[in-house]
Design a binder for this molecule. Structure first.
Ligand SMILES: Cc1cc2nc3c(=O)[nH]c(=O)nc-3n(C[C@H](O)[C@H](O)[C@H](O)COP(=O)(O)O)c2cc1C
Length: 218
């Protein structure tokens, strides 16, 4: 395996928002090819009850973007209040403001993103326990992340978003998604501008790795 390329892909796959190319069309064939790679991810009991709704119709994209924007507006009003109340400042505040600016841009422009993909799974688990919930989400999140990696490797950016799920039922009505199907995310997809991405900044895994007993380091 080409470890440098694989490691680069794994460490530099960001949420792409401001660098989405809103003008360049995306061929349906590249989306389908990436989905075909993504479905090699595992599913519980190998049930393979995944579905992917790829939205390119401008009116439907606009309708979904409207619900997304409403949810974002409500979410960010609360977050802004919490940040102010907590007296966050310095580097942490800068980091929050960076993501906020990028996410605001996405909310303002979601309707212009050429492709919106909603990964779905057959079944509903909101009234079930943790095993059923983990079983459902664990059967679609790995595929959706593989999809983002496959897209990235072909020059397409995306970001994981969930805010539209506040209006999951309304979006289901726009797209004809059956009531027994769970939507798990909304991935806005477009070619990205610029050449490459820097590594993501994360709390090191070592700081959150425990051996044999919670909290125990090696
Ligand atoms: C479960 C989940 C939900 C998210 N929801 C949203 C969202 O609704 N809107 C958005 O702009 N970003 C969303 N994000 C993206 C995060 O803000 C982003 O991954 C994080 O800030 C780290 O940035 P990076 O992906 O560029 O490294 C979500 C990410 C995850 C994992």
């Amino acid at each position: 395996m080409d470890l440098p390329s694989i490691d680069h892909l794994l460490t530099t796959t960001h949420s792409v928002r401001k660098r989405l190319d809103l003008e360049q069309p995306v061929e349906p064939s590249v989306i389908q090819a990436c989905l075909q790679l993504a479905i090699h991810a595992p599913t519980g009991s190998n049930r393979q009850s995944y579905h992917f709704v790829v939205v390119t119709d401008p009116d439907k994209r606009a309708a979904i973007a409207g619900y997304y924007r409403q949810s974002w507006t409500d979410y960010i009003a609360v977050q802004d209040q919490e940040v102010a109340a907590a007296g966050v400042e310095g580097k942490r505040l800068e980091a929050i403001q960076r993501v906020r600016g990028s996410a605001q841009y996405l909310a303002d422009n979601m309707h212009r993103v050429p492709v919106l993909i909603i990964p779905c799974y057959q079944g509903r688990v909101e009234n079930d326990g943790p095993a059923a919930q983990a079983g459902l989400y664990g059967s679609i999140v790995p595929a959706a992340w593989s999809l983002i990696l496959a897209l990235r490797s072909r020059g397409l950016g995306a970001s994981w978003t969930t805010l539209h799920l506040v209006y999951e039922r309304e979006v289901a009505a726009v797209l004809g998604i059956p009531a027994q199907v769970t939507q798990v995310a909304l991935l806005p997809v477009a070619y990205f501008t610029g050449e490459d991405f820097k590594p993501t900044e994360r709390i090191p895994a070592r700081a959150r790795t425990y051996w044999d007993t919670w909290g125990q380091r090696r």
